[in-house]
Design a protein around this ligand. Structure first.
Ligand code: ADP
Ligand code: MG
Length: 582
């Protein structure tokens, strides 16, 4: 888009175009659109307010948030869902820093996004002369993301956007920072020169095939296994190689465990799912095939008690990042490449009469799984008032079963842990949660991006504490009339609502909130639907109504304040003083 910028004044004081010109604003829009990046999540302000207006005028979707962190989380989830970098736009210094949390989180999770931030003038920042919102943003961003670039000349915008896209999506995906000083936006250049500077990135994430020797090594390790196990991670979900993964799982006959965001890659009700026999599968397996999952804290680093006898495992690991191999334990068969290519190489080496794992192993897993599911079932059917985590989640489990296309967002401590194991997922990339850091605050950003990117109904299942981090974005949800239903598991506090001030003083204990708060009223303030649900039937009806109507809805689900455990499932990471409890 060239702007017919008028630069000459005639005698009557009117301006006339003398040359076809463009500027930084328009070149950035052209560069993004040329690469099919058409949605921006951000917060307007100096110096990017006009950019947002011009972008919207050009037909881009520009979604304004109330806080940059949530715009950034939305961009990250957009990247995860689409394999194109999600765009987040922020103002300088404080806005940039707010967005940076999301950029670092995206990088940690291997989600592609680009944080585009306006910044103050280089000359003043570098001499530290105290500019408006002065900050050396490029230097600060660098260690937090995969790549960081600054653009000083308008004719470099095209190539900078191309570099940013390629950096975000090629190899292991991640976050990229693009620093655009205020002056750049107004820089004027010849429109034809500008048009020629736009780069359309060809094949931004090239296929990476594993070597044939690596494929053969992996197949021979898999074939030798007596108790094989597949672990699917969110890298497998990101790869959008759903059919190839299903083919590998089913041809091999090997039981699999999905990491939380890989749930639904195959339905959780699949006969080979070992989800409900997780402990046994990890402990007893002899060969573990990691597919787009890291042996980080979420898998106890691949060692220790939960992994059984030391030396009892051999690992096959499929990952696009070579340095992931041997990060925590020895990898017997590294398969470096993108999951689609690796899966097709493995398939080529696996005949249809590929030997199935020994029946003894499959039976052991199935028995354990069935016993665990049978033990859990009655808890999920309860009708207690007030509700507890199991009864409320039992209701939501049934709803997702009937509506498997729903995008599920989930955060909290107990609300997260219980929902992850209780709510079955049936389709790929439908579950969005706290990810690699286990971070609170992704909720509303993820819910907004899920609605915007997929057009599907969204159910956000939130602890009352977790919701608080991004709660103001309910206004954003109402403003854009997004089909988002938020259910808040309100147990009056963090972990539980029952702590009291040990001094006997009136000041509230650090983990409790206002008792019997009515979060539903927040939604009504912005014209959305707010409902307080005290029983399972009320909850079920309210969620079904919301998903049917597509209207922004917030349901305050009243949960027993005694329900819940300290830090949920990861209480072991929260040091407790024994001295103070004497
Ligand atoms: P989870 O938390 O579900 O276990 P992680 O985020 O720990 O998943 O791991 C995801 C892994 O997937 C990362 O190591 C990343 O490099 C890898 N990955 C991402 N995309 C691809 C892809 N297209 N092909 C192969 N590996 C990928
Ligand atoms: Mg709570």
């Amino acid at each position: 888009m060239s702007a017919n910028i008028k630069v000459d004044e005639n005698d009557s004081g009117e301006t006339e175009p003398v040359q076809n010109l463009t500027d930084g604003f328009h070149l950035l829009i052209d560069a993004l659109k040329a690469n099919d990046l058409n949605t921006i999540y951000g917060v307007p302000g100096i110096p990017i307010t006009d950019f947002g207006r011009l972008a919207q005028a050009s037909g881009m979707r520009v979604l304004s948030f109330r806080h940059e962190q949530h715009a950034g989380n939305a961009a990250a989830i957009a990247g995860y869902l689409t394999q194109k970098p999600g765009l987040c736009l922020t103002v300088s210094a404080p806005g940039f820093l707010n967005g940076l949390t999301a950029l670092a989180n995206a990088t940690t999770n291997c989600f592609p996004m680009i944080l585009i931030s306006g910044s103050s003038e280089r000359e003043i920042v570098d001499l530290q002369q105290g500019d408006y919102e002065e900050m050396d943003q490029l230097a600060i961003a660098k260690p937090m993301c995969k790549a960081a670039y600054r653009v000083l000349h308008a004719e470099d915008i095209g190539i900078a956007v191309a570099r940013a896209i390629r950096s975000a999506v090629s190899g292991r995906p991640g976050g990229v920072y693009l620093d655009l000083p205020a002056k750049l936006f107004g820089q004027v250049i010849d429109a034809d020169t500008g048009a020629m500077s736009i780069v359309k990135v060809i094949d931004p994430a090239p296929a990476q095939w594993p070597g044939q020797d690596a494929v053969e090594r992996a197949l021979s390790v898999i074939k030798s296994a007596k108790k094989p196990l597949i672990i699917l991670g969110k890298g497998a979900a990101y790869a959008q190689a759903d059919e190839a993964i299903r083919h590998f799982v089913e041809t091999s006959g090997i039981p699999y465990l999905p990491m939380s965001m890989a749930k639904g890659l195959l339905p959780d009700t699949h006969p080979q799912s070992a989800g409900a026999a997780r402990s046994l599968a990890l402990k007893e397996s002899d060969v573990v095939i990691m597919v787009g999952a890291r042996l980080n804290w979420l898998l106890s680093h691949g060692k220790g008690k939960s992994w059984g006898e030391p030396g009892s495992k051999r690992f096959v690991q499929i990952d696009i990042e070579p340095r992931e191999m041997d990060s925590n334990v020895e990898i017997a068969a590294p398969l470096v490449g993108d999951i689609a290519s690796v899966m097709s190489s493995l398939a080529a080496g696996m005949t249809s009469n590929w030997p199935k794992p020994p029946a003894e192993w499959l039976n052991a897993i199935n028995e354990k799984r069935d016993a665990n599911l049978a033990r859990m079932a009655p808890k999920l059917d309860g009708n207690e008032v007030p509700m507890n985590f199991h009864t409320a989640l039992g209701a939501l489990k049934n709803i997702i079963k009937e509506r498997p296309e729903t995008m599920l967002v989930n955060e909290g401590a107990n609300t997260l842990d219980f929902a992850r194991s209780i709510i079955d997922m049936y389709q790929p990339r439908k579950r969005l949660d706290v990810g690699t850091w286990g971070v609170m605050g992704i909720g509303m950003g993820a819910a907004i991006a899920a609605a915007v990117e997929t057009g599907l109904p969204v159910l956000a299942v939130e602890g009352d504490s977790a919701f608080g981090f991004s709660g103001m974005e309910v206004e954003t949800i109402c403003r854009y009339q997004l089909p988002v239903c938020i259910v808040i598991f309100n147990n009056n506090g963090i972990y539980r609502g029952t702590d009291v001030n040990p001094t006997g003083g009136a000041e509230a204990a650090p983990t409790v909130f206002v008792k019997n708060a009515r979060y539903d009223k927040m939604m009504e303030a912005f014209g959305g639907i707010g409902i307080s649900a005290e029983t399972r039937d009320e909850l079920t009806k309210a969620v079904n109504d919301a998903l049917d109507s597509g209207k922004p809805t917030l349901i305050n689900a009243v949960i027993d304040e005694n329900a819940g455990t300290e830090s949920g499932r990861i209480g072991n990471l929260n040091p407790q003083s024994v001295v103070s409890k004497k």
